[in-house]
Ligand binder design. Sequence first.
Ligand SMILES: Nc1ncnc2c1ncn2[C@@H]1O[C@H](COP(=O)(O)OP(=O)(O)OP(=O)(O)O)[C@@H](O)[C@H]1O
Ligand SMILES: [Mg+2]
Length: 211
Amino acid sequence: MKTLGIIAQKGGTGKTTLSVHLAVQGTTEGMRVLLLDIDPQASATAWWKRRREQQPELIQAGGADLKRILEQARSQSYDLVIVDTAPHSSADSSACARLSDHVIIPTRPAILDLDAIGATTAIVSEISASCVIVLNACPPPKLFGEPHIVSEAREALKHYNLPVCEVAISQRAALSHALIDGRAVTEYEADGKAAREIARLWETIKRDIDL
Ligand SMILES: Nc1ncnc2c1ncn2[C@@H]1O[C@H](COP(=O)(O)OP(=O)(O)OP(=O)(O)O)[C@@H](O)[C@H]1O
Ligand SMILES: [Mg+2]
């Protein structure tokens, strides 16, 4: 079983969006996936309640229960657990990072988001957690290369000395529309650009965690 923690102290960076999309990618490949929602806002839980499919499975819990639930999951033949966390929750984020095999830190590429990322990178750096920063809600790529704001964000992120995922997820309406009835973009617009980006992100994460 592999555990993927999704943390960012800043709100609205895409923690839940990436959590549910990566969870669905796993189930599409026949994996048994548990989405563990430890955010009191319970956005992933709300998405899951609107969902018709049985997979992924979901448990809503408090951060204090994280260790116990992961231990239980380990004995229940899950292939992957994805933990969606709350913003402004350094204790829970830190516990999640410690208990995960790999941490994803989503960030938007705008300067205010990059200014705020230090609070999250400090959590993973302090414990030398395996992690990757994923640029999310970026302007879509141009014909030749990435938009300036994305390459500038990559440059600024070098300061933190942490890996930045080569796949940037674009701001695309399909990524939020799909969630309305509990789907992921790969189920809503399977041949679309958003689905392709999510699939590429999934491939890089699978490689990172050796899944
Ligand atoms: N790549 C994207 N394209 C379009 N909309 C996006 C994208 N990423 C996130 N959003 C939208 O931005 C909002 C915030 O995203 P999300 O809820 O995933 O962030 P979060 O980090 O989980 O927020 P919180 O910190 O409140 O838990 C949502 O309305 C979501 O639909
Ligand atoms: Mg969220």
